[in-house]
Design a protein around this ligand. Structure first.
Ligand SMILES: C[S@@+](CC[C@H](N)C(=O)[O-])C[C@H]1O[C@@H](n2cnc3c(N)ncnc32)[C@H](O)[C@@H]1O
Length: 388
């Protein structure tokens, strides 16, 4: 089972990127079943590495290793242990494996105290699932492992979506604590149930929220809102168009004994537009929309969306108010995001002063050579009027 690369291909693969596209392959030798492990050679028949193949995907091979080693349970366990070691953390809740960034393409593992949630996005990784589960059980001895493999890319890979306990059992809402705040990861919710990537950004925003009137826009289960309230916010409004997310936000608020909040089940774009008219003014606004574009072809509409929502938020802020603005759209670069924010400030007659520039935490590492691992932008901006 050998894959040979073409001669004049870009040096991306040689320089450490694990993806091999269909148009980079000269030939595939042998009758290889999709999802199986293949040995990859360059045009001079020099061994490059091992990975898994899927002819249904434009990314034909994802490399797992550059060494000639067996891909077995020991290999997977070694990779997970390496990911844990590089995190160097004593936290009980963290992202254990971040896919390509941890040399395990197609695998996400989040640990919520005694429970683990995994998300598998590729057929090749799906085939390695028994090794993944065995390794996680040996390393963490968890009470339960929930598989929440629901990404749309699974369909292209020829896989069904999965959402079930694959080891042990646990509650539908998995309890965990972050920054001494009680949270619930929703096994029926979005992604792995909670957005661990925003936990430090939310904590920093909290520092700016004491005695403030706040708005958590695209709140999901209220990560930013509870951090604001914990820091002493006077009041927080949460907006999300997922009713379920708000119901769980309500439970989380009650768990933490917070009372000064209001839940609004609405489309944030419309809601902010209407508030605009009634000119309700906030001291602090967080805007954390979902990814607006999956591929570069939708980038322009994503930028339009960012400009619109940030402009609306800026109009609702008091002079000198704080805008915490996030973008998780991988195809939108930090510079493009900044340019969009500048365009929104220009339209609203304001300037934006950066008080904090955040991004992905240590357990969502960015491999600079694999730019797809870089997705989260976060800015804490003081918005100041220049035109009255
Ligand atoms: C990236 S998540 C927010 C994560 C959250 N800030 C956290 O840290 O846990 C985006 C959220 O936006 C919500 N959403 C998507 N489109 C929306 C819209 N047009 N109006 C309101 N909410 C929307 C989704 O339901 C989802 O909960």
């Amino acid at each position: 089972m050998k894959v040979f690369l073409k001669k004049n291909i870009k040096p991306r693969i040689k320089n450490g990127h694990p993806w091999i596209y269909d148009n980079e392959i000269e030939k595939i030798e042998g009758n290889v079943e999709n999802g199986s492990i293949v040995n990859v050679f360059n045009h001079e028949k020099y061994f490059i590495g091992k990975g898994y193949l899927n002819t249904n995907s434009k990314i034909r091979v994802r490399l797992l290793t550059r060494k000639n080693e067996s891909i077995n349970k020991d290999f997977i366990k070694k990779r997970i242990l390496a990911a844990i070691k590089r995190r160097n953390t004593s936290e009980k809740t963290f992202r254990v494996v971040f896919s390509e960034a941890d040399n395990l393409p197609g695998l996400i593992v989040d640990k919520f105290e005694s429970y683990i949630v995994i998300d598998i996005t590729t057929l090749g990784m799906e085939k390695l699932k028994p090794y993944i589960l065995e390794s996680l059980i040996e390393i963490f001895n968890p009470l339960g492992i929930y598989e929440k493999s629901e990404s749309s890319s699974r369909i292209k890979e020829g896989l069904e979506k999965i959402s079930e306990w694959v080891y042990g059992r646990g509650p539908e809402l998995i309890p965990f604590q972050i920054n001494d705040i009680k949270f619930l990861a929703d096994t029926k919710g979005q992604k792995t149930g909670a957005f661990l990537d925003q936990r430090y950004n939310a904590m920093i925003l909290g520092n700016f929220s004491k005695n403030k009137i706040c708005l958590d826009c695209f709140s999901y289960t209220g990560n930013f809102a509870v951090h604001m309230l914990r820091a002493g916010a006077k009041n927080v409004i949460l907006i999300d168009y997922s009713k379920r997310a708000l119901e769980i936000a309500d439970e989380i608020m009650k768990l933490n004994k917070f009372e000064n909040y209001e839940l609004i089940n609405a489309n944030a774009f419309d809601f902010l537009k209407n508030l605009d008219k009634s000119s309700k003014m906030f001291d602090v606004i967080s805007v954390d929309p979902p990814s607006f574009a999956k591929s570069a072809s939708n980038k322009l509409s994503a930028l339009k969306g960012y400009k619109e929502i940030n402009l609306r938020a800026m109009r609702l802020l008091k002079d000198g108010g704080i805008l915490a603005t996030s973008s998780c759209t991988q195809v939108v670069s930090e510079q493009e995001f900044i340019s969009t924010i500048i365009a929104a400030t220009n339209d609203s007659g304001k300037i934006a002063r950066t008080l904090y520039r955040g991004g992905q935490p240590f357990d969502h590492p960015i491999v600079l050579n694999i730019f797809e691992t870089n997705y989260l932008k976060f800015f804490l901006l003081e918005i100041e009027k220049i035109r009255y």
